[in-house]
Write a protein that binds this ligand. Structure first.
Ligand SMILES: [Zn+2]
Length: 249
C-alpha cells in the first residue's frame, strides 16, 4: 500500500497526544477503525484544529509512517461537522451513543456501518427533538444486525415456538435473545407486541422510510431499554456515554 493515501471517514474520538498533538480515531468504510495523529492540531493555529473533532465527516488525507508505526493526518476536507447536532444537548448525547457504540464494538463491517452511521446522524440532525428515540432505536437495531447478533423476533430462543402477533417477548438483562412468556423469567424485561411488530415491519425498510412509521411511546421506550441493554452487553459494559447521557436519551 502506498504511504500516502486518502479515504472517506467520520471522526469518532479525540485524545491528547503529547502537548499539542491530537489523536483522532475515525471510521472509514474501507479501512475500518483507524487511529491517526493530527500533529499540532491542539496548538492555537493548527490548521487541523477544528476539522478533526468528533462528528467531522469528509475526506482524510493520510500518511502511513512505517518506521514509527503511525498514521498521520496531513489534511482533512470536512464536508459536514453536523452543527445541528452540536447545538442540541439531546441530539449531541444521542450522537455520542452512536459514536461510542461503533468505537467500542466495531467488528469489520466497514462500508455498512459507515453508511448507517452517517445516514443516522444526518437524520438525527434534521429530526424534531421529541422524535430522537426513534432514530436511536433504528440505529441500534440495524447496528446489531450488521454485527451479526440481531435477535430472532419470530421464534422463542428456548422452545422455538413461533410468536403470534399479540404476544410480547421477554429478554434477560445482559442478553440479546428473546423468549416467549412460558420460557421467561420473573426478572426479564418485556417487549410489548407493538414494539416487536414495529421492528419486524421497519427493519427491511430504508432508514428514512422506517422513520415515517410511528410507534406509541410505551413500546418505543421498552425497545430503547432493550436495545441499550444489548449494546451494554455487546460492549461488555464499556459504554460510558450511556451513563453520562442518562436523562437525555
Ligand atoms: Zn419459549
Amino acid at each position: 500500500m502506498s504511504r500516502s493515501f486518502h479515504t472517506e471517514g467520520i471522526v469518532l474520538k479525540n485524545y491528547r497526544f503529547g502537548e499539542i498533538h491530537k489523536g483522532v480515531v475515525f471510521l472509514s468504510p474501507r479501512e475500518g477503525l483507524v487511529d491517526a495523529v493530527a500533529f499540532g492540531a491542539y496548538s492555537p493555529k493548527g490548521k487541523l484544529r477544528s476539522v478533526t473533532d468528533p462528528l467531522c465527516t469528509g475526506t482524510l488525507y493520510l500518511y502511513r509512517d512505517p518506521v514509527k508505526g503511525l498514521v498521520k493526518i496531513t489534511d482533512m476536507d470536512c464536508r459536514s461537522c453536523f452543527p445541528g447536532i452540536r447545538e442540541s444537548v439531546r441530539k449531541f448525547f444521542h450522537a455520542s451513543v452512536f459514536l461510542e457504540t461503533v468505537l467500542k464494538t466495531f467488528g469489520g463491517e466497514g462500508p455498512f456501518v459507515y453508511r448507517l452511521l452517517v445516514e443516522a446522524l444526518t437524520l438525527l440532525e434534521a429530526m424534531p427533538e421529541e422524535r430522537l428515540t426513534e432514530v436511536l432505536v433504528q440505529f441500534l437495531f440495524r447496528y446489531l444486525a450488521y454485527a451479526g447478533v440481531a435477535p430472532n423476533l419470530e421464534l422463542c430462543t428456548t422452545c422455538g415456538r413461533e410468536r403470534s402477533n399479540r404476544e410480547p417477548m421477554y429478554y434477560r438483562p445482559g442478553g440479546v435473545e428473546l423468549y416467549c412468556r412460558e420460557c421467561s423469567h420473573p426478572e426479564d424485561g418485556v417487549l410489548p407486541p407493538g414494539g416487536v411488530s414495529y421492528v419486524q415491519y421497519t427493519r427491511s425498510l430504508p432508514l428514512v422510510a422506517a422513520l415515517h412509521v410511528r410507534l406509541e411511546e410505551t413500546s418505543l421506550q421498552a425497545l430503547k431499554g432493550y436495545l441499550l441493554s444489548c449494546m451494554q452487553s455487546l460492549s461488555m459494559g464499556s459504554l460510558k456515554s450511556l451513563r453520562t447521557a442518562e436523562g437525555f436519551l
